[in-house]
Design a protein around this ligand. Structure first.
Ligand SMILES: Nc1ncnc2c1ncn2[C@@H]1O[C@H](COP(=O)(O)OP(=O)(O)OP(=O)(O)O)[C@@H](O)[C@H]1O
Ligand SMILES: [Mg+2]
Length: 287
């Protein structure tokens, strides 16, 4: 049971609070061209609970972005199902917002505030006045209230990332999807953004599905990590990483966990037996 549910009895919760927000069931994804079919993932299953920070981790080409796009509704599975609050995902919708790495593509002719308001207005989620209030609320949360009237080209990379996050959260999606959002930032800014994302999560408690190929970033950002095997992606293991945050960096437990994940990802061992000795309370190996 996740943190959000603690303190409630089952009878006080709405039915949808008891089921996972997202259910990915035996999902296989393919790209088809005239010449060939590329299988990106093979029978991948996982469930994301409310307020999880769920990370998809795996080597380049294992299908992380493709999985995220299928959850977003841009790609349909060739087999299996994706359910959001119990309903099958068939197309994109405002209940799933994606933050890509290319947040440099904020329309440059709109101010920061207008950029955040835009999806709210375009999706007819809110009227102008409410959209403006909501935009300012989330800009405040990411520490950019003073830059509401600035234009994107006057912002640093980290600030643009914050605008993209504010814009996504302002839509109050059921799940926030992030595909390597900090990969293009310099190391220090990336670290700062990880810290801020965790602080923001403490305040807002959104549900996050986060893609990375950095083991360290997965351990810091996630409370649960799904390890995917190389192309085509299959589930290799799921790891509980709740106890790690930025303060864990460099610690012995953190290092051991990172090494262990590295071995699991790159198949140097088949490890189910030795997992507990390296301190994973509840690692689940799926072979
Ligand atoms: N538009 C496309 N057409 C054909 N094949 C594609 C397409 N996009 C991705 N693929 C293939 O699908 C597989 C999964 O790609 P995907 O981009 O999901 O991987 P990834 O895990 O996100 O990798 P990275 O960490 O490099 O971003 C790869 O083999 C890739 O070559
Ligand atoms: Mg990718």
């Amino acid at each position: 049971m996740n943190a959000l549910l603690q303190g409630h009895t089952a009878s006080t919760l709405a039915p949808e609070a008891l089921q996972p927000v997202l259910q990915v069931q035996q999902v296989s994804l393919e790209y088809r061209t005239a010449q060939r079919v590329v299988r990106a993932t093979h029978e991948v299953s996982f469930e994301v609970d409310r307020a999880d920070r769920f990370v998809l981790l795996g080597p380049s080409g294992c299908g992380k972005s493709t999985l995220l796009k299928s959850v977003a509704g841009f790609i349909q599975p060739v087999a299996g199902q994706i359910r959001l609050d119990g309903a099958e995902v068939r197309e994109p919708g405002p209940d799933r917002i994606v933050v890509f790495q290319e947040f440099d593509q904020l329309p440059p002719w709109k101010t920061v505030k207008q950029n955040v308001m835009f999806p709210l207005l375009a999706s007819r989620t809110l009227k102008r006045k409410e959209a403006e209030e909501r935009a300012l609320h989330y800009l405040e949360k990411v520490g950019l209230a003073a830059f509401a009237d600035a234009y994107p080209h006057t912002l640093s990379g980290g600030m643009k990332a914050r605008v993209a996050i504010a814009r996504a959260l302002a839509m109050q999606p059921k799940i926030l999807l992030m595909d390597e959002p900090f990969a293009a930032l310099d190391a220090l800014t990336r670290r700062k953004m990880q810290e801020e994302l965790l602080q923001l999560w403490q305040e807002v408690r959104f549900t996050l599905l986060f893609v990375t190929h950095s083991i360290e970033e997965a351990l810091i950002v996630g409370n649960r990590i799904l390890l995917l095997s190389p192309h085509p992606g299959r589930v290799r293991a799921e790891i509980n990483s709740e106890r790690f945050d930025l303060h864990s960096l460099g610690g012995v437990d953190f290092q051991h966990s990172a090494q262990r994940i590295h071995r699991l990802l790159f198949d140097e061992e088949s490890g189910a037996q030795s997992a507990p000795s390296l301190g994973f309370g509840d690692i689940r190996i799926a072979y």
